[in-house]
Design a protein around this ligand. Structure first.
Ligand SMILES: C[S@@+](CC[C@H](N)C(=O)[O-])C[C@H]1O[C@@H](n2cnc3c(N)ncnc32)[C@H](O)[C@@H]1O
Length: 469
């Protein structure tokens, strides 16, 4: 079948953002377009390639009138990286859009209008807020369109950088990233320099040949730093040659670890980190609670905002000290631990066994003997027997993955009938769907959007629901 020729359409005004940060544009007749690129307020010319969900879909080809909300992006990789698509949009506008995205989803999808729709909790640090970054080595880095067109030669294409959006085999070399305090740039750049100097091979994801695979850097607000080198084979000589000089140069790094990944893909699932030098964990503090973070632990990516998010969860939970609380999809138990001082019993449920080990360790670290953590799929584990064992919850916290909760889980939650639910979500659309499913038993009282990820279109939200008597 012949491919449809792309069509050029001009004078499209970007009016909003949609799913995955796509731009929503309109022409003079009100026809809606879905576009990649641009920011709200831009007037653009677009190349339309096909229809998506019945709407013309394409790319911004030219910005004819820039949005008044545009600002200069700070990062030299902004055009190519795609990691933070909104760097060229003012932070004030970003937060307005996020706030609207959450409340629009509740009003449009859940059809709930009577509730306390709170303003977004903005992030004080619009940059440097991430506590974890992962880079990938490649023997043959991706060349940007601009580099190809320049006609320049690139004889050495070894690189350490980020995956291009959606491409497992295309690595964009990164020399600066503004998402973490700048010491991480020095560590990454020096690691690349030494790896090249020492002629250690870079892993090729197509041939599966080479040693160096990934570099993970974790950072806490207590200024503890962990560096994890991921290699394809356990070769002590390679580790010594690369890590020993780095340890000398970066004494501020408190934990040096490595992981041997001899699988065909980069996933670290099921792999153990090994200590090379320094501490086995780094420590983080949220509120009055301490958390140990290991190389493989899940931890909220933005610690300062996580503290605000959890404080909001605590406010919405309205605990008095006598309650049984369930923390569904608890990860490493960080919400439950944060709230534990204010309840009689906290029960966390999470499907990843390593996360539950961390949760138990963190509860012990904070001397919280009334916190219990169970491994398993919420849909299977949280049943009548579970409720008999742990007691009926007075307050239920749920923080499901992007897909939201399974309909059976929603049904069982309604059946348990906790007095109050605090719903934490990273996807307003699935959250709104679940709020609608619960609306015959639970009334939405209040919702607060929280910006955990400045410079991206992602937004988190916390909702307080009360049982209808
Ligand atoms: C959004 S995270 C919540 C993390 C945690 N509340 C925190 O603040 O750090 C969702 C968690 O749900 C877990 N998960 C996903 N599906 C699950 C399921 N069906 N049953 C139990 N846990 C699940 C994931 O492993 C992940 O840790």
């Amino acid at each position: 079948m012949a491919k449809r020729k792309p069509k050029t359409v001009d004078k499209l005004r970007i009016v909003d953002i949609g799913h995955k940060g796509m731009s929503i544009a309109k022409d003079a007749d009100g026809q809606v377009y879905l576009l990649k690129g641009g920011v709200p307020g831009d007037v653009v010319t677009a190349t339309i390639r096909r229809k998506k969900k019945g709407m013309p879909f394409g790319d911004v080809a030219e910005i004819t009138t820039p949005s008044p909300d545009r600002v200069q992006a700070v990062c030299q990789h902004f055009e190519d990286c795609g990691g933070c698509k909104w760097q060229d949009l003012s932070y004030t506008r970003q937060t307005e859009l996020k706030e609207r995205q959450v409340h629009d989803a509740i009003q449009r999808i859940a059809k709930i209008t009577e509730y306390d729709a709170r303003p977004v909790m903005a992030c004080e640090q619009a940059y440097g807020y991430r506590n974890k970054l992962e880079f990938t080595f490649s023997p043959k880095r991706w060349l940007t369109e601009h580099e190809v067109q320049s006609g320049a030669e690139f004889p050495d294409r070894r690189a350490l950088g980020f995956h291009m959006a959606g491409a497992f085999d295309k690595i964009l070399p990164i020399t600066e990233c503004h998402h973490m305090p700048s010491v991480h740039n020095d560590i990454r750049n020096r690691c690349l320099y030494l790896a090249k100097e020492l002629n250690i091979s870079f892993y090729d994801v197509k041939s599966h040949i080479g040693i160096l695979r990934n570099l993970m850097i974790r950072y806490t607000t207590l200024e503890e730093i962990m560096v994890v080198l991921i290699i394809s084979a356990d070769i002590p000589e390679v580790l010594d040659r690369l890590l020993k000089p780095l340890i000398q140069e970066f004494p501020q790094v408190t934990s040096w670890q490595y992981i041997v990944n001899d699988k065909l893909n980069d996933s670290l699932h099921g792999l153990q980190a090994k200590e090379y030098f320094g501490e086995s964990h780094i420590r983080e503090k949220l509120g009055n609670k301490e958390y140990l973070i290991s190389a493989r632990s899940f931890f909220q990516t933005n610690s300062r905002q996580a503290e605000k998010l959890y404080t909001q969860v605590r406010d919405y939970a309205e605990l008095t000290g006598s309650e049984v609380v369930y923390d569904l999809y608890c990860g490493t138990g960080s919400i439950g631990i944060f709230l534990a001082d204010a309840c009689a019993k906290m029960v966390g449920i999470e499907e990843i066994p390593e996360a539950i080990l961390d949760a138990r360790q963190n509860a012990k670290l904070n001397q919280l003997v009334h916190c219990h953590f169970e491994v398993g799929d919420v849909q299977q584990v949280v049943n009548e027997a579970f409720v008999r064992k742990h007691g009926t919850p007075d307050v239920l916290i749920t923080d499901p993955p992007r897909a939201g909760m399974h309909a059976d889980v929603v049904d069982f939650i309604k059946h348990i009938g906790a007095k109050r639910i605090v719903y934490v979500s990273c996807n307003p659309a699935t959250m709104a769907r679940d709020l609608a499913l619960m609306s015959d038993r639970y009334r939405l009282i209040s919702c607060t959007p929280v910006d955990m990820f400045p410079q991206t279109s992602h937004v988190e939200a916390v909702c307080q629901l009360e049982h209808i008597q």
